[in-house]
Design a binder for this molecule. Structure first.
Ligand code: HEM
Length: 265
């Protein structure tokens, strides 16, 4: 999308994982902070010459569009484009990675549902929507209180930051039957609007800041899941292995060990 070389993919992967750890560094680990600052500088050093080149020779990629877009005669500065591209990388990369890992964790943990998806690939969208509800990649979003507000018997004063645990909202049993169970066939999750701002889960948040990449994420996860199911039969966890989720702001298994039978190409 950004028109950057595919050969640099590993570089971006490293960068967005480090940046996500930096943003979620609530305990203030100095090494994580230092790595985050180093990565920010590296990304800027990588992108700035590309931005200058795209301003001179725009293509049909998103980066060129950002470089040439004009509103009321004003263009975005290099710094703004750098910052937005950094946001896109983290918001788009880390989240989709986590969604795919969690979806396979959920499906492999429920072999009957995995088999149903294997037999009818149109169920991938359902499995993805239920994964977003049951184990959303983004668990917490931050908001700033605009004016003093009473909530749940407490007072939030203006200017304070609030951590909204959207992961908890997604498993609220006043909203979903048997909320703590993964069930791609549940009737109280509307898959037809699960990837739009009208979604009845909170994984992409809502309102003005609803995730701009929701439909892209769906396409990515569908393509990825189809490729994996084409390549692997009889997917299972190794004996005695239970994957565990990691992370606070964003959460998923850090790695997923799978055993499978390779399918003939
Ligand atoms: C399963 C995958 C994804 C999940 C769970 C997810 C989740 C979210 C959430 C919860 C927000 C709201 C944050 C807030 O309001 O504080 C958000 C915003 C955003 N997302 Fe995603 N996202 C995903 C994929 C993507 C992709 C693929 C892209 C782009 C390539 C993307 C780009 C963005 C951007 C730019 C924002 C900020 C929108 C704004 O503030 O107006 N996301 N996402």
């Amino acid at each position: 999308m950004l028109g950057l070389p595919k050969s640099d993919h590993a570089l971006f992967h490293g960068w967005y994982s480090v940046m996500m750890a930096f943003l979620s560094n609530v305990v203030g680990d100095p090494e994580v902070t230092a790595a985050g600052l180093r990565t920010t500088a590296e990304l800027r050093a990588y992108l700035t010459p590309v931005i200058k080149e795209r301003r001179r020779n725009p293509g049909d990629d998103v980066l060129s569009t950002l470089c040439t877009a004009e509103i009321d005669g004003e263009r975005m500065t290099d710094e703004e484009i750098n910052a937005f591209t950094g946001l896109l990388l983290i918001a788009g990369g880390e989240t989709s990675d986590k969604a795919l890992a969690s979806m396979f964790k959920n499906l492999v943990s429920h072999p009957d549902q995995l088999q149903a998806v294997r037999e009818d690939r149109s169920l991938i969208a359902r499995a993805f929507a239920e994964t977003l509800r049951y184990s959303p990649p983004v668990r917490i979003i931050l908001r700033t209180v605009k004016e003093e507000t009473e909530m749940s018997g407490g007072t939030l004063s203006a200017g304070k930051s609030v951590a909204c645990v959207i992961g908890a909202a997604n498993t609220d049993d006043r909203r979903y039957a048997d909320a703590d169970s993964f069930n791609i066939f549940r009737e109280d999750l509307d898959v037809s609007r699960a990837f739009s701002a009208a979604a009845n889960h909170m994984a992409f948040c809502g309102g003005r800041h609803f995730c701009v990449g929701a439909v892209l994420a769906k396409a990515e996860v569908e393509i990825g899941a189809n490729l994996l199911l084409d390549a692997m039969d009889d997917i299972r966890f190794p004996d005695g292995y239970t994957p565990t989720d990691e992370g606070l702001f964003s959460r998923a298994p850090a790695s997923l060990l799978l055993e499978f039978t390779p399918r003939a190409a």
